[in-house]
Design a protein around this ligand. Structure first.
Ligand code: FAD
Length: 377
């Protein structure tokens, strides 16, 4: 076991930190207030080579690993959690699914430009009747000649409307629903793909969350991702890895709240007390625990080891940590912590959703206990 970072990892962390502070921080409040998605940020991330960190260079990626990727999500989220989730969904969910299940042609057409930051990805699983219970999905895909006709709708799609590439899950055999979920790559601009309402959210307000409707949306059969009936497995395996991104996002939010609290203390000359010392050290300890759990899951993924349990544990711990740390930070800032001008107010709002998406924390507990039991039987 090794607990040191490579020079490359240290360099990339420093670069991301500088980028986040100089290019993202100045507009973070305004983007949050007006729910403004800033495509320039994703373009810059692409130019730096951070939009495809774990994919091979031959596929347009950075040829690096998931640990480095987790560090990047953490550092971005430390300043702006909306940017963190935008990149996490793009990489861990959309790009990963194509990298793992895509044909060579699909990788060239979609993954390559995604890894280069030329196309943004999204992942469409949730529906009105199908959140935690993905099996209740209703969107259908009916084969017609050399295409599938998609009908139905998806909710809460991160990067919705902004993304060019959508991984969509639909039922291909209504008679045998449990075995018939299939994944598709749907492109922005395909006829019958309609962008619906953009959600007005509590937190991560500068990431877009949108409803998508499919009305006889004609998707070429070549855009089916993996075999028919493999969709549910693709969806669940994507979420296993996605949870590493969300754990990294939550770790960054917790760290950002602590940074803001320290800055507040210095700016307002708040008298240091035993209470502050105890709170700082407790917050830092919990953040470090989340970081290590996240990095462990990311490291296992990079090494080709099983990581589902570690990712769920990291997501559960880090998201609960983020909410607790942010609540404490608001409390310690007193009334200032409740004002819009205080960053801790935004961090608290951003932290909450990490307990909900990519499997709520109630679902994480079920996942973890099932995996633990399967190890002992
Ligand atoms: C900002 C945001 C972005 C999102 N982005 C995406 C995205 O990009 N793509 C996508 O597909 N989805 C996305 N989602 C949807 C998200 O993944 C779902 O909201 C989440 O899976 C929970 O589903 P639900 O909201 O329908 O809650 P429900 O499933 O209705 O659950 C409601 C409550 O019941 C609890 N519960 C449900 N089942 C059980 C059980 N078996 N045991 C114990 N408790 C249970 C849940 O934990 C929760 O507390 C996003 C959501 C948000 C808020």
């Amino acid at each position: 076991m090794q607990f040191s970072y490579t020079q490359d990892q240290q360099d990339i962390r420093a670069k991301v930190r500088e980028f986040a502070l100089t290019k993202m921080e100045p507009t973070s409040e305004e983007r949050d207030e007006f729910e403004r998605f800033d495509r320039d940020i994703f373009d810059s991330i692409g130019e730096f080579g951070w939009s495809g960190i774990p994919w091979p260079q031959g596929l347009g990626g950075g040829g690096s690993d998931f640990l480095t990727y987790a560090m990047v999500i953490e550092e971005l989220s430390r300043v702006c959690a909306s940017t963190g989730v935008m990149l996490s969904v793009h990489t861990s969910l959309a790009s990963w699914a194509i990298h793992t299940y895509g044909t060579d042609a699909q990788k060239q057409t979609y993954l390559f430009p995604m890894a280069q930051g030329k196309k943004l990805g999204a992942y469409c699983l949730t529906e009105s009747e199908s959140g935690s219970d993905a099996g209740a999905m209703r969107t259908t895909a009916t084969k017609e000649g050399d295409a599938y006709l998609l009908n139905g709708s998806k909710l809460f799609v991160t990067n919705g409307g902004e993304a060019e590439v959508y991984i969509v899950f639909a039922i291909t055999d209504a008679q045998n629903k449990s075995k018939s979920c299939t994944a598709f790559i749907v492109e922005k601009g395909m006829q019958g793909l309609i962008f619906g309402t953009k959600e007005n959210k509590l937190g991560i307000r500068s990431s877009t969350t949108m409803e998508l409707r499919f009305e006889d949306c004609r998707v070429p059969a070549d855009n089916r991702l993996g075999p028919e009936g493999e969709g549910f497995r693709i969806a669940m395996r994507s979420l296993d890895g996605g949870r590493i991104g969300i754990a990294a996002q939550a770790t960054g939010i917790g760290q950002g709240a602590l940074d803001a609290l320290v800055a507040y203390q210095e700016q307002y000359g708040v008298r240091r007390s035993e209470l502050f010392d105890a709170s700082f050290s407790e917050m830092a300890t919990h953040i470090e625990g989340a970081r290590l759990l996240t990095y462990q899951a990311a490291w296992r993924k990079s090494k080709g080891l099983s990581y589902g349990k570690q990712a769920a544990i990291a997501k559960l711990f880090a998201s609960d940590m983020a909410v607790k740390v942010c609540l404490r930070a608001v409390q310690l800032c007193g009334v200032w912590g409740c004002l819009k001008e205080s960053k801790v107010e935004r961090y608290l709002r951003d932290a909450k959703v990490t307990q909900i998406y990519e499997g709520t924390n109630e679902i994480q507990r079920i996942v973890i206990s099932r995996l633990l039991l399967s190890e002992t039987t």
